[in-house]
Design a protein around this ligand. Structure first.
Ligand code: 13P
Length: 254
């Protein structure tokens, strides 16, 4: 396995936290701390913060992402935001299929696929989330669940398009619970995802795709997780809301 072939990427998922003023302040705090990062750095902010985040990160190494997009180009979808709208604003990344979207807003593997294809068509770079819930892990079906989620999410996606996709393995039981998957558990499932990618697209694509771990990652456990061969970065929730903690994780990616 050639970990050095892959770009390490640390992305913050701010979820429904920080209005525009707080977003600007957090990014200003983060800028000097992230300036010497040896990995990709992304902040995925609420829709209303995108403009402020794009302005505040101009000329820096910090990229900006949204947390979802709709699958249609436009139309009667009250309160939704299309991929094209995000692209027009200058947004580069978009999180898709986060477990909170699946859990609370009825997202399915199929709608994640629809959104993913819309994002790719608009020229956005998707961060696609997959992961099992606790009952599924206890049943011993983590691999099946994650394989299925990955395969359906990627339906109709070309080898060329895979170059702009990041996959995030987020075990649902580890999100916001303080319970982190052990580094070995994270590595095992990220490796299983890489195996699916090899089956679908061949070894070269599988080796080149960035696969992040997410779920209670923090400065104190990041190094151990990020050292694993299949863990190429992190998708960070709570710890992304404090500049020093997020920077600590970025440093651990060195
Ligand atoms: P926490 O880091 O707060 O567990 O959240 C992880 C997550 O859901 C990132 O998308």
């Amino acid at each position: 396995m050639k970990k050095e072939l892959r770009a390490a990427v640390i992305a913050g998922n701010w979820k429904m936290n920080c209005g525009p003023a707080a977003a600007k302040a957090l990014i200003e705090d983060l800028k000097p701390l992230a300036a010497n990062a040896e990995c990709g750095v992304i902040v995925c902010v609420p829709f209303v913060d995108l403009q402020v985040a794009l302005e505040a990160t101009k000329g820096t190494n910090i990229k900006v992402g949204a947390q979802n997009c709709h699958w249609a180009e436009s139309g009667a979808f009250t309160a939704e935001i299309s991929a094209g709208m995000l692209k027009e604003l200058g947004v580069e990344y978009v999180i898709l299929g986060h477990s909170e979207r699946r859990q609370y807003f009825g997202e399915t593997d199929v709608t994640v696929n629809q959104r993913l294809r819309a994002a790719l068509n608009a020229g956005l770079k998707p961060i696609v989330c997959v992961g099992e819930v606790l009952e599924q892990r206890e049943q011993g079906i983590t691999e099946e669940i994650v394989r299925m989620q990955t395969k359906v999410a990627l339906m109709g996606v070309s080898e060329e398009e895979m170059k702009s996709i990041i996959i995030a393995y987020e075990p649902v039981w580890a999100i916001g619970t303080g319970k982190t998957a052990t580094a070995d558990q994270a590595d095992e499932v990220c490796g299983q995802i890489r195996k699916v990618l090899a089956e679908l697209y061949g070894e070269a694509v599988a080796e080149a795709t960035t696969i992040q771990y997410g779920g209670s990652m923090k400065p104190s456990n990041a190094k151990e997780l990020l050292e694993k061969v299949h863990v190429d970065g992190g998708l960070i929730g709570g710890a992304a809301l404090k500049a020093a903690d997020f920077a600590g994780i970025i440093d651990a990616a060195k």
